[in-house]
Design a protein around this ligand. Structure first.
Ligand SMILES: [Cu+2]
Length: 374
């Protein structure tokens, strides 16, 4: 039969070329990964540290695999007081404590974000060489009002260029932070300015993050949250509690995939926990600043309502048990605290609920608790 004949010389040559090209492409991809990992001081993937990810690591279906991540810092690299300070920063972020602006002539509100290396404590004795804004991961919460003229100054204290992307804000292309497309990145030691007027279309919960070397820089800690409120402050909020849980991720132990997940910068058991009172109408603002992974956040003890997605209110809120969040997606959910007790709030992707060095029943990663007091 014709198809069983020995391949022609021309066909064999074509096949050989295809194999060589495929091998070259794979090699280039690997080289790019290594370059991404080692090209940035403090966040290369060169140092390996014991465990290589969680016990259940088959998460390719909902996570990508990108450049290698952050390296370990010594156990004693930060003091107990600094660790406590980091935990307090996470709690303050959960309670939506905001970064105060500097008022410039003309009423311009200026916020300065300094991208810089920081040693960040994750869990047990795991400290990493992260990159943060203003010495914290995630960066400070920026809160704006409709009508504000805002000037965000990005100062670059990193060894590589960086930019800032303000997700979902309708601002000019030159302020979108896309290096090489619409903006020159801020070089090491340099800065970039993002000035714009806040419009009604911007009201809601938004993510910000680095848009240079995205996979590397975001998962090194360069991300945060921006909230825009209506101009009027006279309207009384119906929410007794308004809280923020920002999801972040790191790649530790030379993992090519995200393997430490954080709420407001900290994985369980150090993720901040929220206390509310019975009868409270609670709004949780959720922001997925993982560079690679979807998350499926679930609240025990009752259903909740999805009221706002990506800063846009839903005409018909949805009653849900699990909310899926794509990378850079935001969602506001609401619930009434009806049942006293301690209720788990967690990602339902099971290996996002543990840290790389955990035993299979330990709680880590995207786990926290909401305490409803009578
Ligand atoms: Cu998850």
């Amino acid at each position: 039969m014709r198809w069983m004949r020995k391949p022609s010389k021309r066909w064999r040559l074509t096949a050989l070329v295809m194999v060589v090209v495929a091998a070259a492409l794979l090699g280039a991809r690997e080289a790019a990964r290594v370059q991404g990992g080692t090209g940035a001081a403090g966040v290369d993937g060169g140092a390996s540290h014991g465990g290589s990810g969680s016990a259940i690591g088959l998460n390719q279906t909902y996570c990508g695999a990108g450049v290698l991540g952050v390296t370990d810092a010594p156990t004693d690299a930060i003091s107990a007081a600094s660790r406590d300070q980091q935990d307090q920063t996470a709690v303050a972020l959960m309670h939506e404590q905001t970064m105060p602006p500097t008022l410039l002539p003309g009423g311009i509100k200026e916020f300065i974000l300094t991208a810089e290396p920081v040693i960040w404590h994750l869990y047990l004795d795991k400290n990493v060489h992260a990159w943060g804004y203003n010495g914290q991961v995630p960066g400070p919460l920026i809160r704006l009002r409709v009508g504000d003229t805002v000037r965000i100054v990005l100062r670059n204290r990193l060894p590589v260029p960086t930019t800032l992307h303000l997700q979902g804000l309708d601002i000019s292309p030159g302020l979108q932070g896309v290096p090489g497309i619409s903006q020159r990145p801020a070089p090491p030691g340099g800065s970039a300015v993002y000035q714009f007027r806040v419009t009604t279309e911007m009201v809601g919960t938004h993510a910000y993050f680095s848009d240079a070397q995205r996979d590397l820089q975001i998962d090194a800690g360069l991300h945060g949250v921006l909230i825009v409120d209506w101009a009027s402050s006279t309207a009384q909020s119906p929410h007794a509690v308004d809280a923020l849980f920002e999801i972040g991720a790191f790649k530790v132990d030379a993992s090519p995939m995200e393997n430490v997940f954080t709420l407001d910068g900290k994985p369980a058991p150090e993720a901040p926990q929220l206390t509310v009172h019975i009868g409270d109408l609670v709004r949780l603002r959720l922001v997925n600043n993982s560079a690679e992974c979807y998350h499926a956040m679930h609240l025990h003890g009752g259903t909740f309502w999805l009221v706002d997605e990506d800063g846009h209110p839903l005409k018909h809120p949805l009653e849900m048990n699990v909310i899926s969040l794509a990378p850079a997606e935001t969602a506001d959910i609401e619930f009434v605290a009806r049942n006293p007790g301690t209720w788990m709030f967690h990602c339902h992707i099971m290996d996002h609920m543990m840290n790389p060095d955990d035993n299979v029943d330990d709680m880590g990663g995207l786990v926290t608790y909401i305490h409803i007091e009578g």
